[in-house]
Ligand binder design. Structure first.
Ligand code: PEP
Length: 260
């Protein structure tokens, strides 16, 4: 593999945030990224009702991209409560999360549904951040690698050369729990995902970003993102505070500069 892909740090607010907190976050992060050109991509995924407000607060700042928390597997039409990929594009999104374990759990989303969503996202020019990860029981049974490979195999859109997708490895048991896998476990899983991609996508597999999510905080972000095949992180709880999130972005920037 020739070079490390440009890393990505993504904020997933989930079903959190108010108009006031969203405005403050957007304005603060906008000022910071305009006065510091970071060597990483930054993405924010607010709940839909706060979308426009964050978009305005970022003042169309190119350094931070908007990301949907989900998109429908179908186009516009009679699907109450869903949001289509084309709507996200119109709202100013460049990315969309698909297959987050909370959606797989709360909405029974299968790998096939996740693949359909990721495919629609790609078709409409969005970059899907495809989330995968094993449960505690699956890890304890020694099946973590097998489960994650199977999720990737079934959730990824058909890989035609040049399409941009991001894979987020998020062990379900590490999300929102404060429990972090051993660094060796993270490293082993990311290497396994990279090897799988190389077999499937060959020449451009090295460009696909594999990010880690699950209890990432300012205090542990550096040791995680220093690992060879970790190309950034997906941050839930710690992304709600603009200072904590900024500190994770700066850590990522510093690490990337040390590799350029
Ligand atoms: C997430 O929601 O994707 C996540 C990683 O959450 P947290 O950082 O809170 O564990």
């Amino acid at each position: 593999m020739s070079k490390r892909p440009r890393p990505l740090v993504a904020a997933n607010w989930k079903m959190n945030g108010t108009r006031s907190s969203a405005r403050t976050w957007g304005e603060t992060m906008s000022v910071r990224t305009l006065s510091n050109a970071l060597e990483c991509d930054i993405v924010v995924s607010p709940p839909m009702p706060l979308f426009d407000l964050v978009f305005q607060a970022l003042a169309q700042n190119e350094a931070i991209s908007l990301c949907g928390q989900d998109c429908a597997s179908r186009g516009n039409g009679p699907h109450t409560g869903d949001t289509s990929a084309e709507m996200l594009v119109e709202a100013g999104c460049r990315y969309v999360l698909v297959g987050h374990s909370e959606r797989r759990r709360d909405h029974g989303e299968s790998n096939a549904v996740v693949k359909a969503k990721a495919t629609r996202a790609v078709t409409h020019g969005l970059v899907p951040i495809i989330c995968v990860g094993e449960s505690q029981a699956q890890r304890e049974a020694g099946r973590a690698t097998q489960v994650v490979r199977s999720q990737i195999g079934r959730s990824l859109p058909d890989l035609t050369s040049g399409i941009d997708v991001v894979i987020a490895y998020e062990p379900v048991w590490a999300i929102g729990t404060g429990r972090l896998p051993e660094l060796a476990e993270i490293s082993e899983m990311h290497d396994s995902i990279r090897n799988y991609l190389i077999r499937r996508a060959q020449t451009w597999a090295g460009d696909i970003r594999i990010i880690y999510g699950g209890s990432v905080k300012a205090i542990n972000a550096g040791k995680i993102m220093r690992l060879q095949n970790v190309n950034g992180c997906l941050v839930g709880g710690a992304s709600l505070d603009e200072d904590d999130f900024w500190s994770i972005c700066i850590t990522c920037d510093n690490l990337q500069r040390s590799h350029i």
